[in-house]
Design a protein around this ligand. Structure first.
Ligand SMILES: *Cc1c(COP(=O)(O)O)cnc(C)c1O
Length: 395
């Protein structure tokens, strides 16, 4: 096997790219997978090399062949100029925000943002002199009214990972760029395979690799990809913060990368089947899934996204808390737990009303978020059939 030429690589479909990216037979001594390089110290052959600063690997925090492989692959599928790896999705949000804001600055954050991103803005960023305004995720170009002379960044997340509003990211980017602000996006739901972030105007895209890149709920990882303008600044900030991703997690993420598109396509198919089935249940008020034609975000999703993942929410018709607990407690196939994107199906109750400030969350009934895994959908439906029977009995 010879090394891929740039021309061949550019012509490859994403599924093929995911198999070949970041693989260098010479570096892995012929083995298919590159091992996890572990290490702090890197030895120099002599003083001249040390002084020249030309040696590629210099210290564990500055990268290894394992981290380079994943960074190169992610940069390619994201259409980015470069990628930084950090130990969690939350750390990716933190590094991206720390790159984009400064003391005395102003940040716009979607009201649908991942909860801990909000906590970071209201905690550490506030203490460091950065003010945050939360905005309606559906604001689109209307976000312009919220800009101030010192607004330096806009954080988007589309769709929100509990409430599933699709944002008009290109319209927001146009407004932000006209005012010199940086556009960040938490792209964990769609991944670059279903939403190439930089082609839609995003300057820095955040991915919790913990979810679909891992695919097996056995690691924590964050990735931040950036375009040419922002990558040097991102690299600088990440380097100063000293939070490299762990070698074993990066190794496992490279493994997950090879099957990510297959798993995502299956999650999409299964997720849609389950979302449609749930939307027809009489116990269900509505399903929040942007790929369903009657979803308020459907037109934008159709315009900008190449697919949907297996994560969506369901609003039940009003039911007592004890009945919802009976629904959840007896589940045999769905696990009750946070996170998502693994091979196993999960469900978790949630309530955005407790933290939202720019929009009112009043969905009309108890809210449940589902992450649909790779089980047979008929088995999943049977598990939920029994759950609905328990809900009815306890109501
Ligand atoms: C899980 C998640 C994160 C954080 O990822 P961790 O690796 O768990 O820190 C960030 N954003 C979204 C949308 C998530 O779902």
């Amino acid at each position: 096997m010879t090394k891929l030429t740039d021309e061949t690589r550019a012509s490859l479909k994403s599924r093929t790219r995911l198999i070949h990216l970041g693989r260098d037979g010479a570096q892995s001594q012929g083995f298919v997978n590159l091992p996890p390089f572990r290490g702090s110290t890197v030895l120099y052959p002599d003083m001249e090399t040390l002084k020249s600063r030309k040696q590629r690997y210099t210290y564990g925090t500055h990268g290894t062949p394992t981290t380079d492989a994943l960074r190169a692959a992610w940069t390619d599928i994201s259409g980015a100029a470069g990628t930084e790896l950090v130990p969690s999705g939350l750390a990716a949000i933190v590094v991206a925000l720390m790159t984009a804001v400064s003391a005395g600055g102003h940040l716009l954050m979607t009201d649908s943002a991942y909860g801990p991103a909000r906590a970071f803005a209201m905690g550490a960023l506030k203490r460091l002199g950065v003010e945050t305004t939360f905005y309606d995720p559906r604001a689109g170009a209307g976000i312009e009214a919220l800009f101030r002379p010192n607004t330096s960044a806009v954080l988007t997340e589309s769709p929100g990972s509990q409430s599933f509003e699709i944002q008009d990211v290109p319209a927001i980017a146009e407004v932000a760029h006209a005012r010199g602000a940086c556009v960040l996006m938490d792209n964990t739901w769609a991944t670059p395979l279903f939403f190439p972030p930089h082609a839609h105007g995003v300057d820095m895209a955040i991915e919790a690799g913990t979810k679909y890149l891992s695919g097996h709920s056995d690691l924590l990882l964050g990735l931040v990809s950036a375009n040419e303008t922002w990558f040097p600044r991102l690299q600088h900030t990440a380097g100063q913060m000293g939070i490299p991703a762990g070698p074993e997690d990066v190794f496992l993420a490279l493994r997950g990368l090879r099957t990510m598109e297959l798993r995502l396509r299956e999650a999409e198919r299964q997720g849609l089947a389950m979302a449609r089935w749930l939307s027809e249940r009489r116990e269900v008020l509505r399903v929040l899934h942007p790929a369903l034609p009657d979803d308020p975000g459907h037109a934008l999703w159709k315009r900008d996204f190449a697919g949907s993942s297996g994560l969506f929410s369901v609003i039940l018709k009003p039911a007592p808390e004890a009945a919802v607990a009976a629904f959840l407690d007896g589940l045999e196939l769905f696990g009750l737990g946070y996170s998502w994107g693994g091979y196993e199906s999960l469900v978790i109750p949630f309530d955005c009303a407790s933290y939202r400030t720019a929009t009112t969350w009043a969905p009309g009934g108890p809210a449940l978020r589902f992450s649909i895994g790779l089980e047979d959908a008929e088995d999943l439906k049977a598990d939920l059939d029994r759950a609905f029977a328990r809900l009815k009995a306890a109501a």
